[in-house]
Ligand binder design. Structure first.
Ligand code: ZN
Ligand code: ZN
Length: 494
């Protein structure tokens, strides 16, 4: 796909989300605030379903996992111990010519082969090649990390490790007169209490995980869990990202679903592999197409010094393969850091060996908003044959399960339909609509991802049956109106 087509798909998704009430720009009436998003009536339902399915799969559905909900504001020492104060930075570059400020990886990166004349440029994540070289980059014209291309094999002459970074330039004006990269901390600061001096500075948490680590002892002492065991949490986190964008993919306020799984240190590799597989399956259970998902193991150079391994689950978005979730074997780093900084013991008593040990942790850290963008992207379908746009959402995720529609607005049909609606609504999320032609009403529901439509027509008046329409196949069958809830429950597997 060309860059414009990719953006076009994101634009279409964006406008569908706004039109149907899934997602709105935050503070829109004041011109909006960059990279903050509000979930509307349908979006909030979709979000709840995603979180509920995660919680069911990873917390309540498992014997050895418990949940918790920590506060967003924490003691500032937490972030010193975790390494965020010192290390949670992005490298920023200033253009001396046009004064633009940008993240290092967003600079124009010019690459060249040492052996032949092959060259290409990476611009905002997209590889740009001259026409005569286009054949060498057939499929994937997207690059996430420009630096990955350094020392890679030349696609033209085949020389191993011959690609080098020739220069970087300003993405706004193209100038190569740039400042060296400087580190910028991504944590949001605020003040605790009435005084605004440095002593009162606290951070909005940049991740939920630390709330779990600092409560390790509290949870172990109150639950008496045996290793391996997990603690799960869903909550908001905040990062003052320099580069935001791609709709809800990267925003400054977002929600995480994190599971910290504590294991015996010698077993961490086994459990890391186990959770990579579990988490990869979970996205497929949401209904995401297998071919749009992949796993990417981090190279040694990418790993934090304490991590033994990290694997990302990636999704093929319109803007390229991007990370949905990371599953990391963090060893004993997090607990060790808090033990050192707090002076508290925080260990696990192993009865078999009669010793106190610090368990290793395998962390899976998923984004709620990224999961939602994935679900929406994967479900988006332009059915050209029937001239409609459909969100083929997994029925479990669909905000509305069934729409109840009178065929026409007369002959007692609205009365029957609204009676059905009040009945069904007690059992599942339903929607009643009598405005506009039946075709238009169906299309609105297709865009909302509603899997079923029930229509009251003239035959209903004669024999008490209604038509049941399937969103994806458009198949229509007649069923007795008294059976609607039962039939839908079966079809939805509720
Ligand atoms: Zn510039
Ligand atoms: Zn070459």
């Amino acid at each position: 796909m060309a860059k414009s087509e990719k953006n076009e798909l994101m634009d279409k998704l964006y406008s569908l989300c706004k039109r149907r009430g899934f997602i709105f720009q935050s503070s829109e009436i004041y011109g909006g605030i960059t990279s903050c998003w509000d979930y509307g009536p349908l979006g909030v339902e979709l979000k709840r379903h995603v979180k509920d399915l995660w919680w069911q799969e990873n917390v309540t559905g498992r014997e050895e996992v418990v949940g918790m909900d920590a506060s967003i504001l924490m003691h500032p020492k937490v972030w010193e111990a975790s390494g965020h104060v010192e290390n949670f930075h992005d490298p920023l570059i200033d253009c001396k010519k046009c004064k633009a400020r940008f993240r290092e990886d967003k600079a124009l990166h010019y690459f060249k082969c040492e052996k032949c004349d092959f060259q290409f440029r990476v611009n905002g994540g997209f590889i740009e090649v001259k026409d005569e070289f286009r054949t060498y980059f057939k499929d994937d014209l997207y690059a996430q990390e420009p630096t990955f291309y350094q020392k890679s094999d030349c696609p033209k002459c085949g020389t191993a490790g011959s690609i080098f970074l020739e220069k970087i330039a300003c993405p706004t004006c193209g100038s190569t007169e740039l400042s060296p990269a400087r580190q910028f901390n991504l944590m949001f600061k605020t003040h605790f209490g009435p005084s605004e001096d440095t002593a009162s500075e606290v951070y909005l948490r940049p991740e939920t995980a630390q709330g779990i680590f600092v409560n390790f002892d509290n949870v172990v002492n109150t639950t008496r869990l045996k290793l391996p065991f997990g603690i799960g949490q869903i909550g908001k986190a905040f990062r003052n990202e320099i580069t935001t964008g791609n709709f809800i993919f990267r925003s400054r306020e977002f929600e995480q679903m994190e599971l910290e799984y504590f294991v015996k240190p010698e077993e961490s590799q086994k459990w890391h592999e186990y959770w990579v597989e579990q988490r990869f399956q979970w996205y497929q259970k949401l209904g995401i197409k297998r071919e749009n998902l992949r796993l990417r193991a981090h190279a040694k150079e990418e790993l934090a010094h304490y991590a033994r391994a990290c694997t990302d689950v990636e999704y093929k978005f319109a803007f390229g393969w991007s990370e949905l979730e990371g599953i990391a074997d963090r060893q004993t780093f997090d607990l060790d850091q808090h033990i050192k900084a707090s002076g508290k013991k925080m260990s696990y008593f192993e009865t078999e060996t009669n010793t106190h040990i610090v368990p290793a942790v395998v962390e899976s850290s998923a984004g709620v908003d990224r999961s939602i963008l994935t679900v929406l992207s994967d479900a988006y379908w332009e059915d050209t044959e029937h001239d409609r746009t459909v969100l083929k959402l997994n029925p479990k995720l669909a905000p509305i399960k069934v729409a109840i529609l009178p065929l026409v607005n007369k002959d007692g049909m609205p009365e029957i339909a609204s009676a059905i609606f009040s009945d069904v609504k007690k059992q599942m999320a339903a929607f009643y609509d009598q405005t506009g032609s039946i075709g238009r009403r169906y299309r609105r529901q297709d865009e909302a991802g509603t899997p079923f439509g029930v229509t009251v027509d003239s035959q209903t008046l004669e024999d008490g049956t209604v038509t049941l329409r399937d969103r994806d196949t458009l198949e229509q069958v007649r069923i007795p109106k008294d059976n609607i809830v039962k039939v839908l429950r079966d079809k939805l597997a509720l």
